[in-house]
Design a protein around this ligand. Structure first.
Ligand code: AMP
Ligand code: ZN
Length: 468
């Protein structure tokens, strides 16, 4: 089966053929660093990480750029509110963002260009747009893109003009433009911007948000590159405007494939800062989540469907991860450790990869994995698993971890802990609740935490939760 993606631009599933054989140039819209990122943002970033891990697994060499939006209306407003400089504010949240990325095991991008380091490139692109008569200057020294000059405007979203007018980001661009649908490339300096401005041929001002991504993606990936990603809220106006201004400036195609992740929801609503209904990575850490469980829960839904999140999902995630870890432990005890890795896999491995080839169908791939785990457990129970087959199984689990990053580093359970866990299972069978509680406490004091679930008890090291 060949790799295919749903391209938001053509609105079709397409076979993926990179522009240059064997290599993929990938741009993902990064965070606006005015506050901590929430796990809705990380749903998109983890989806992009899975995409990149899978492309690498499929032997593509991937060049990945993720921008840092460190100047826009929100960052300026927040720095003024907090009485600190823009760079103090954005550095603080950029650092926190990188800390969260590392904790979530997201493979770093090759470059994280900051918007404020690329204003010259943005000015250059705006000048081209003015020269080509796609853009005009207003009397407050702002520059707008004239969408009436670009007949293809609206291809990405299939725009209706009433939708255009109701856009949130659009209303932020309320300068003295000719047409309400035109968008800002450059914003003339206003008193509310404080001392945030750059010199330009049109006087003091700052770039609009959309031009940032066009200028930075093309600087590092060329005028025409393979994949551009973001969350669905980026489709309009951000990506629509990026396509428009980039194609108008270069006269060439801009991006081959656009991929957009649906939103993470909480109680039926989009998780967002403005609704104050979000969890940060730190919130989840404080609730005892480990990174693999967060990754599993965020990858367990298809990226093109809405996914709902609640803290109560932690247990579901932990049980899933525990099933993988338990099988891995059993397989390791069965394999013949003298055998070199033969690079062979069980049949389910192919099925697992096929699911991912098909527009990154992660729920299907995970379903294949858990069905296979069930089968393997049965074989082990019946004493029918040979060391050779166990080795193929371990190879499969390595692939799973390479692509999903959901297998925690294994911590062997010491013998004394195993004995206590078994003793507690016995006391629970005998309904000796006092003894079972006493053993739970003893285990906790020894650094191991027990959690009882309808399907049995989970026991894991307390420090693994505290230290991450
Ligand atoms: P921002 O920091 O607002 O520029 O957003 C960073 C990324 O997170 C963008 O790609 C957004 O589309 C994405 N995003 C924002 N909210 C959510 C959400 N609730 N679920 C998934 N992705 C989101
Ligand atoms: Zn962007």
């Amino acid at each position: 089966m060949s790799l295919s993606f749903y391209n938001s631009l053509s609105k079709k599933k397409e076979n993926f053929i990179p522009i240059e054989n064997g290599s993929v140039r990938l741009y993902t819209c990064g965070p606006t660093v005015y506050d901590v990122a929430h796990i809705g943002n990380f749903r998109t970033f983890i989806f992009e990480d899975l995409l990149k891990r899978f492309l690498i697994y499929r032997d593509y060499s991937v060049t990945h750029i993720m921008n840092i939006t460190d100047v826009d209306d929100k960052t300026i407003r927040r720095s003024i509110q907090e009485g600190i400089t823009l760079s103090e504010l954005t550095q603080k949240y950029t650092d926190l963002f990188f800390k969260d990325l590392t904790w979530l095991k997201i493979i770093p991008a090759d470059i994280y260009p900051k918007a404020t380091d690329h204003v010259a490139e943005m000015i250059e692109m705006i000048q081209i747009l003015i020269e080509k008569k796609f853009a005009y200057i207003t009397n407050d020294n702002s520059i707008f893109f004239n969408i009436s000059k670009y007949p293809d405007y609206g291809k990405l979203i299939n725009i209706q003009s009433d939708y255009l007018q109701s856009s949130e980001r659009m209303s932020e661009d309320e300068y003295s433009k000719d047409n309400p649908q035109d968008f800002a490339l450059w914003k003339g300096h206003k008193s509310g911007d404080g001392d945030i401005w750059w010199n330009s041929p049109w006087g003091k001002g700052r770039p609009g948000w959309h031009i940032e991504c066009s200028a930075m993606s093309m600087k590092y990936l060329g005028e025409f590159f393979d994949i551009h990603c973001g969350g669905v809220d980026n489709i309009f106006p951000h990506h629509e405007n990026e396509i428009t201004q980039s194609r108008a400036a270069t006269g060439s195609n801009f991006v081959k494939t656009w991929l957009h992740a649906e939103h993470l929801q909480i109680e039926g609503d989009k998780m967002s800062k403005s609704e104050a209904n979000f969890y940060s990575v730190d919130d989840l850490k404080n609730q005892g989540f480990i990174s693999e469980v967060v990754r599993y829960l965020l990858l367990n839904g298809h990226y093109r469907t809405k996914l709902s999140f609640s803290l109560s999902k932690r247990l579901e995630g932990e049980q899933a991860i525990q099933r993988i870890v338990d099988l891995s432990t059993k397989l390791k005890s069965i394999v013949d450790h003298d055998k070199v890795n033969p690079g062979l896999f069980p049949k389910s491995h192919e099925e697992f990869l096929n699911a991912l080839d098909d527009d990154l169908d992660t729920p299907k791939a995970l379903a294949v994995l858990f069905k296979w785990i069930k089968k393997m457990n049965k074989k082990i129970e019946d004493n029918k698993l040979s060391p050779e087959v166990a080795l193929l199984g371990l190879n499969f689990l390595n692939t799973v971890d390479e692509i999903f990053g959901i297998i925690p580093p294994q911590i062997e359970m010491p013998e004394n802990i195993k004995r206590l866990v078994n003793k507690r299972i016995l006391s629970r069978k005998n309904k000796d609740w006092n003894e079972s509680d006493r053993i739970r406490e003893e285990l906790y004091n020894l650094g191991w935490k027990i959690e009882d679930t309808p399907d049995g008890s989970l026991c894991k090291p307390v420090w693994s939760l505290k230290d991450q």
